[in-house]
Design a binder for this molecule. Structure first.
Ligand code: BGC
Length: 854
C-alpha cells in the first residue's frame, strides 16, 4: 500500500500563509513494498497541474494567485507498481503586495536619545465594535521593534518577537492571525499592541547602538472582518488609535531583560492620540517566510539553594535560551528580581561576568494574590537563575525554552555515553542559537547573526533539524546585505556597528563564505536547486571580491590571500595559541584555503545551473589557489613549513594536495595530533573537518582518539566538565570549574553556548553512522559506517525530503550487523566494513559481515 506521509507547501503541512507567487510543494511517501519509485505525481491547484516524478522543489506556475484567498492543492501519486495515493494541503495567500488600509503609527510625543538603552515599550490600542455575526476575522500586523498583541487581554497567536529579525531596510515580515474566535460579536473588543525596541530600535550589538532603523517604535496593522452576510469591514492603524508609554512594560531590551509592573492599570493611565509615522525606508513587507520563535520545552529546576544573602539560586540542569515562568503569590508592590547566568561562582552565586554589558534581568512588580509572569519581549541564555524579593514557598519556578519553530529531524546515539551527551549538547546549542536568525550565542551582548558560525555549522544543523525556511529567510538578508564590493558583512542582518569596524567592506574568509557554504549545505540536505539559483549571483560577486583581495603579490603569491590579518578572524579560537592576534595571524592559511573552497564550490554550482563557462573559470581558479597553497606553504611533499592542525586539515579535506602527497600530509597531521596528546588545536575553520581529514586519509585511529579524548582541549573534556551545551572556548572551564582565560585580546569572549565547534556532529552522522548524500536531498545516498575507537554500536536517523534514513549498527561476537531504512524514491549504496557493497531501493534491510577489531 502506498501512502503520502507528508504533503507540504513552502515546507509547512499546516497554517501556511504566503505571498510567494510560485509556492513550492514537496511530498514524502510510505509503502509496504520495497524498492518503490514514483512513476508520476500530479499536483493540481487553481486550474494548474504539474506532472512530475520529483518529490521536492515542485513550484506552482499557473495563473496568478489572488490575495487573501484559501487554496487547496491536491496530490495524486502513482508508484512504479501502479499503486496510488492521494493527499491535500491547504494554504492561504497573504496580501500579495496589496496596499495596506492602515498606516504606520507611533507616538509623535515620544523621543529617546539616551545611549546604550532601549526605548520604553509603547502601547497602542483601539476599541473595535463589530456589527454582526462574524464569519471570519484576520489580523495583519507588523512593527518596527518587536510586538505582542492582545484582544480583550488574551494574547493573539503564540509566537515571540514578531515580526522577527530581518534586514529591515530591505524586507520585513508581517504576521497573519485568525482572530475570529477572539473578537466579541456585536459588541466592543479592545485590541492592544505593545511594541518594544527589539532589534530595530532597541540597543543592540556589543557597542549597544540604538535607533538603528528608526528613532522610535512604529506599528502597522489591518483587521479584516467578514460578516455572516458577506459584508466586509476593514480597520487599519491610523490616528484613531491611542498610544502610551505608561503601560505595565516599563523596560524591554534584548540584552538587559524586562521590567514589568503588574500594578499598572491600563484603564488608569494617560493615553494620547497616535499619529502617522514616516519610516526611514520602505521595506518589502512579506507574510512570514521564516520560522517564528515559539516556546517549546517547559524546563523545571533540578535544585534550589538559598544563599546567605537570601538569593534563591535555581539550577535547570541544562543551559538554554528562553525566559523564566513564575507562578507567584505576591503582594501589591512587592518586587521580584530574576537574574540569569550560565555558570556559578565557587560560592554558589551567579557568575554574570561573561555576559559583559547584558544585564539579563527580569524584574516584576506584583499585584495582590496568585499571578503568573513570564517575560515576552526579551530572552536570556542561562542554566541558573537567582531570584530575590520572594520566599521560596511563594514562587513556583519553571522556564520556557524559546527558539524558532524548526522540526527536529535527526538523532544520533552510540555505545559511548559521553558522545551521546555531546550530541545532546549540539542539539541544545542549536536550539539556543536558532532564535529567528542563526546567532553566535544567546547570553552576552551579542546574539548576532555572525556569518562564520553558521558557515561552519550548517551541515551538522541540517542533520538534526529541518531549517530550510529558517535559512531561506536569513539568506535573503545575506543577499540584501552584500556590500557593493562583494564582501558579506560579518553579521547579518547588519545592525548598528561602531568602532572597531570588524565589518570592513572587504571580503572576509570563512565568515563571508557563509554565502556559499550555507546554501550549499541546504541544497545537499534539501535537494531544491532554487537556493543555489537565488544565491549564485551573490557567490560570484563574493568570490570575485575574495580573488581581488588575494591578488596582491607576484607569481603564485597572487593566489595567497594575505591581506592584513587584523581584518580577518583566521583560526578563530584555536586553543593551541592563546591570543586573538595569533588566531588572526593564521589567516594567510585559512583565507587561501577558503578561496580554494568557495571558488571550487561556486564552480560546482555553476555546473549544476548549466553555466559551463563559469564552471570552467572557477574550477581553474580553484586549481591555481590549491597549487599556490601547496607551493608556498609546504615542502611539496606533504609537510607544512609552519605546522599547525588547521593548516593541514583544510587542504586535506578539500583535496588541495596532489594525490600522491595527500597520504603523507595526513601522516604529518596525525603526528601533530599525537604530539598534542590527541587534543584539538583547531579554530572555527578547521574544527568541522579535522576528523574527516584524518579518517578519510588512512588515520582513522587518530580521528577516534581525538573524538573520544577527554583531556583539555577536546569535545569530551567539555562533557566531562559537565557541559550541557557546546562551549565557545575549548578551555572555558578548568578542572576546578573556574574559567582560566585571561586577557587574550577578546574582551572576555567566553560563552558556554556557542554551536560552532559542535560542527563535529556531521562526522557522527557521516562517518560513525556512515550516512552520506551522494545526490542532493539524498535521492541517492551511501551508508558506510566507520567502526573505531571502542565504539561498538551506533544509530543515526535523519529525515530527508524523501523520508527517514536509518543506519543502526553493532559489532558483537565477531560480527558486524546493520539495520538500514531507505525511503521511497531513493537508492542507497551500503558498504560494510569488510568492503562488500550492495545497492538497495526503498525498504528496511538487515545486513551483516564478519568483524575483527583491527
Ligand atoms: C562571536 C563569534 C564570532 C566572532 C567573530 C565573536 O564575538 O561570538 O562567534 O564569529 O566574534 O569575530
Amino acid at each position: 500500500m502506498l501512502e503520502v506521509s507528508r504533503f507540504a507547501v513552502e515546507d509547512l503541512t499546516d497554517g501556511c500563509v504566503t505571498d510567494k507567487k510560485n509556492p513550492c510543494f514537496s511530498y514524502r511517501l510510505n509503502s509496504d513494498r520495497t524498492d518503490v519509485t514514483v512513476r508520476e505525481a500530479v499536483i493540481t491547484l487553481n486550474g494548474w497541474s504539474a506532472r512530475t516524478a520529483e518529490q521536492t522543489g515542485i513550484r506552482y506556475d499557473g495563473t496568478e494567485l489572488k490575495p487573501f484567498t484559501r487554496y487547496t492543492a491536491v496530490l495524486d501519486v502513482t508508484d512504479d507498481a501502479g499503486e496510488t495515493a492521494h493527499a491535500e494541503v491547504s494554504f492561504e495567500t497573504g496580501r500579495m503586495g496589496e496596499a495596506w488600509k492602515g498606516v504606520w503609527i507611533s507616538d509623535p510625543a515620544y523621543s529617546f536619545t539616551e545611549k546604550g538603552v532601549s526605548p520604553v515599550p509603547m502601547m497602542f490600542r483601539r476599541k473595535i465594535g463589530t456589527k454582526g455575526k462574524i464569519a471570519s476575522a484576520k489580523l495583519y500586523a507588523t512593527a518596527l521593534g518587536i510586538y505582542e498583541l492582545e484582544i480583550d487581554g488574551k494574547k493573539v497567536g503564540d509566537r515571540y518577537f514578531a515580526p522577527g529579525f530581518t534586514s529591515y531596510k530591505h524586507e520585513m515580515q508581517y504576521q497573519v492571525y485568525d482572530v475570529t474566535e477572539l473578537l466579541a460579536e456585536e459588541k466592543e473588543s479592545t485590541l492592544t499592541a505593545v511594541v518594544a525596541g527589539g532589534w530595530a530600535v532597541g540597543s543592540f550589538v556589543f557597542t549597544r547602538v540604538n535607533r538603528f532603523d528608526g528613532d522610535r517604535q512604529a506599528f502597522l496593522a489591518e483587521l479584516r472582518i467578514t460578516y455572516g452576510d458577506g459584508t466586509e469591514e476593514i480597520v487599519g492603524t491610523d490616528g484613531s488609535w491611542e498610544v502610551t508609554e505608561d503601560g505595565p512594560f516599563r523596560m524591554a531590551d534584548i540584552y538587559d531583560g524586562e521590567i514589568y509592573d503588574a500594578t499598572v492599570d491600563p484603564e488608569k493611565i494617560t493615553w494620547r492620540k497616535a499619529a502617522q509615522e514616516q519610516l526611514k525606508f520602505t521595506p518589502n513587507l512579506m507574510a512570514d517566510y521564516g520560522s517564528p520563535v515559539k516556546a517549546h520545552e517547559e524546563m523545571r529546576p533540578v535544585s534550589c539553594k538559598k544563599l546567605s544573602d537570601g538569593t534563591l539560586v535555581y539550577d535547570f540542569g541544562q543551559n538554554f535560551a528562553g525566559v523564566v515562568k513564575l507562578r507567584l503569590n505576591g503582594k501589591k508592590g512587592q518586587t521580584v528580581t530574576v537574574k540569569h547566568a550560565e555558570i556559578l561562582n565557587q560560592d554558589g552565586s551567579l557568575n554574570t561576568k561573561f555576559l559583559r554589558t547584558a544585564k539579563a534581568t527580569a524584574t516584576y512588580t506584583c499585584r495582590d494574590g496568585a499571578q503568573e509572569y513570564s517575560p515576552r519581549l526579551t530572552y536570556m541564555g542561562f542554566r541558573y537563575v537567582g531570584i530575590t524579593g520572594i520566599d521560596e514557598k511563594d514562587v513556583n519556578v519553571s522556564a520556557l525554552a524559546l527558539y524558532s519553530d524548526i522540526e527536529r529531524i535527526g538523532e544520533f546515539t552510540c555505545s559511548n555515553e559521553m558522545i551521546n551527551r555531546l550530541q545532546q549538547n549540539i542539539i541544545w546549542s542549536s536550539k539556543s542559537n536558532f532564535v529567528d536568525i542563526p546567532t553566535d550565542c544567546p547570553q552576552r551582548d551579542e546574539r548576532m547573526g555572525w556569518t562564520g558560525d553558521i558557515a561552519v555549522f550548517a551541515p551538522t544543523a541540517c542533520f538534526n533539524f529541518d531549517i530550510s525556511r529558517f535559512l531561506e529567510k536569513w539568506l535573503l538578508d545575506v543577499k540584501a546585505e552584500q556590500l557593493p564590493s562583494g564582501g558579506i558583512p560579518n553579521t547579518v542582518p547588519v545592525q548598528g556597528y561602531g568602532f572597531p569596524a570588524t565589518m570592513p567592506s572587504m571580503a572576509i574568509d570563512w565568515w563571508g563564505d557563509a554565502c556559499v557554504l550555507v546554501p550549499w549545505a541546504q541544497y545537499m540536505a534539501g535537494g531544491d536547486v532554487q537556493v543555489l539559483r537565488d544565491m549564485y549571483p551573490v557567490m560570484k560577486k563574493y568570490v570575485k571580491a575574495c580573488h581581488f583581495w588575494a591578488g596582491f603579490g607576484f607569481g603564485k603569491h597572487r593566489y595567497i590571500w594575505h591581506t592584513p590579518s587584523v581584518l580577518h578572524f583566521g583560526d578563530w579560537v584555536a586553543p593551541d595559541v592563546p591570543k586573538m592576534s595569533q588566531w588572526q595571524g593564521r589567516s594567510k592559511w585559512t583565507a587561501t584555503a577558503s578561496l580554494y573552497n568557495t571558488s571550487r564550490l561556486t564552480g560546482e554550482v555553476a555546473r549544476i545551473l548549466g553555466e559551463e563557462e563559469d564552471a570552467k573559470y572557477y574550477k581553474e581558479l580553484s586549481e591555481k589557489v590549491a597549487d599556490a597553497y601547496v607551493s608556498v606553504f609546504t615542502d611539496g611533499n606533504g609537510k607544512l613549513k609552519e605546522e599547525f592542525q588547521t593548516a593541514y586539515v583544510l587542504p586535506l579535506w578539500f583535496k588541495m594536495f596532489p594525490e600522491n602527497v595527500q597520504g603523507k600530509a595526513a601522516e604529518n597531521l596525525a603526528a601533530l595530533v599525537k604530539a598534542s596528546d590527541y587534543c584539538i588545536g583547531t579554530g572555527f575553520p578547521g574544527t568541522p573537518y579535522i576528523l574527516f581529514a584524518l579518517a578519510d586519509n588512512g588515520q582513522a585511529d587518530a580521528a577516534f582518539q581525538m573524538l573520544t579524548n577527554t583531556k583539555c582541549p577536546s569535545w569530551l573534556y567539555e562533557v566531562k566538565s559537565g557541559a550541557t551545551t557546546i562551549w565557545e572556548r575549548w578551555d572555558g572551564l578548568d578542572e576546578n570549574g573556574e574559567c582560566p582565560i585571561g586577557d587574550d585580546g577578546t574582551d572576555m569572549m567566553i560563552s558556554y553556548n556557542h554551536y560552532a565547534s559542535g560542527a563535529v556532529g556531521a562526522f557522527l552522522y557521516q562517518r560513525v553512522a556512515g550516512i552520506q548524500a551522494d545526490e542532493p536531498g539524498y535521492k541517492t545516498f551511501t551508508v558506510k559506517p566507520l567502526v573505531g575507537g571502542e565504539i561498538t554500536s551506533a544509530k543515526a536517523e535523519t529525515v530527508t525530503p524523501y523520508g527517514k534514513i536509518v543506519s543502526d549498527w553493532k559489532v558483537e561476537k565477531g560480527t558486524f550487523q546493520i539495520d538500514i531504512e531507505v525511503p521511497v524514491g531513493t537508492k542507497c549504496t551500503v558498504t560494510l566494513p569488510d568492503g562488500s557493497t550492495q545497492q538497495h531501493g526503498s525498504g528496511r534491510y538487515h545486513l551483516s559481515c564478519p568483524w575483527e577489531k583491527q
